[in-house]
Design a protein around this ligand. Structure first.
Ligand code: PAF
Length: 296
């Protein structure tokens, strides 16, 4: 695996791969790699060659009170994991490479970026969209891979790709969970053993929503009442939000009719975790239990 630190060299390598008729796959990350990232890399290696992973802790997506300086960085450990995963190129630019002096552009995806995570973390999605566009412009991959755990991020990136007619196809991959249901996240390492145990409440709450929906409940208020009750039963969890939204508009919905998402965010001590479940309802007239698919 070749490690690339400069924008110019990354562009050159990617340009050559395209000229050779190869389909490149990019997995953008901020490092602190775990099995969730590896699943994105496996998807990239199935579809594309060369497989390129970027590691860049993007200062623009952290708020002033967030953990930019404390964000876990261990390039050598990550490099080894990528080597084992069969990645062809690691792009690890410095902040100065990504945002040279005088850099002024930012990308805002109107309407989708100021709700839910965007409301709690103002400016976060502007930072995400800006860095992802910059990475897509540098690498110009045929495919770019993102995890469904960050459902709002994935939706915003898809919208940006559509609006700007980007050549890259945005591929959103399933959530990877620990055996006890906790979704993999770089932030899990901040949890104390007690908080880690408490974090299973997110999966329990989503599973309760799934059972209720599969039993035929379609009223969002009733489903959310059960989800909030489940969250309230865990003393170490402090819920930020529990919402059921339309998967396309990201607006709250009253009644489950087609494709929607149950989204949760909660704090465990100073660590904030998010999780979600995607629900597809085939029968728009109210549905039968067999017409429901809950991807948890
Ligand atoms: O999901 C992440 O790790 C980051 O938000 C991303 C997409 C790499 C942009 O910095």
């Amino acid at each position: 695996m070749e490690v690339i630190h400069t924008v110019e060299w990354m562009k050159q390598v990617a340009r050559q791969a395209r000229a050779d008729g190869r389909l490149t796959g990019l997995v953008p990350t901020m490092g602190a790699l775990h099995a969730g990232h590896i699943s994105l890399i496996e998807a990239a290696r199935r579809d594309a060659s060369p497989a390129i992973v970027s590691i860049f802790v993007n200062p623009k997506q952290f708020g002033p009170s967030e953990d930019y300086t404390k964000y876990p960085r261990d390039l050598e450990a990550d490099r080894q994991k990528l080597e084992e995963a069969g990645v062809d190129f690691l792009f690890a630019p410095s902040v100065e490479e990504m945002y040279p002096t005088g850099f002024r552009t930012s990308v805002n995806v109107e309407g989708l970026a100021d709700r839910l995570e965007g409301k709690i973390r103002p400016g976060h999605f502007r930072g995400v969209a800006t860095v992802v566009l910059r990475l897509l412009e540098i690498v110009a991959p045929r495919f770019a891979y993102f995890g469904r755990k960050d459902a709002q991020q994935a939706r915003i990136i898809r919208q940006m790709a559509t609006d700007l007619a980007l050549e890259s196809e945005i591929v959103v991959c399933p959530i990877v969970r620990e055996p006890d249901g906790v979704a993999l996240s770089s932030r899990n390492r901040y949890l104390s053993p007690e908080e880690r145990k408490a974090a299973t409440v997110l999966y329990r709450a989503l599973s309760r929503a799934r059972r209720t929906i599969e039993e035929g409940e379609r009223e969002a208020m009733r489903i959310l009442a059960l989800v909030r009750q489940e969250l309230a039963e865990e003393p170490l969890a402090s819920a930020d939000y529990a919402e059921i939204i339309d998967a396309d508009s990201f607006e709250p919905i009253m009644r489950l009719t087609r494709s929607c998402l149950v989204l949760l965010a909660a704090r465990f001590g100073s660590t904030r975790l998010i999780d979600n479940m995607q629900v597809e309802i085939a029968d728009s007239r109210g549905g039968t239990p067999s017409g429901v698919i809950c991807n948890l």
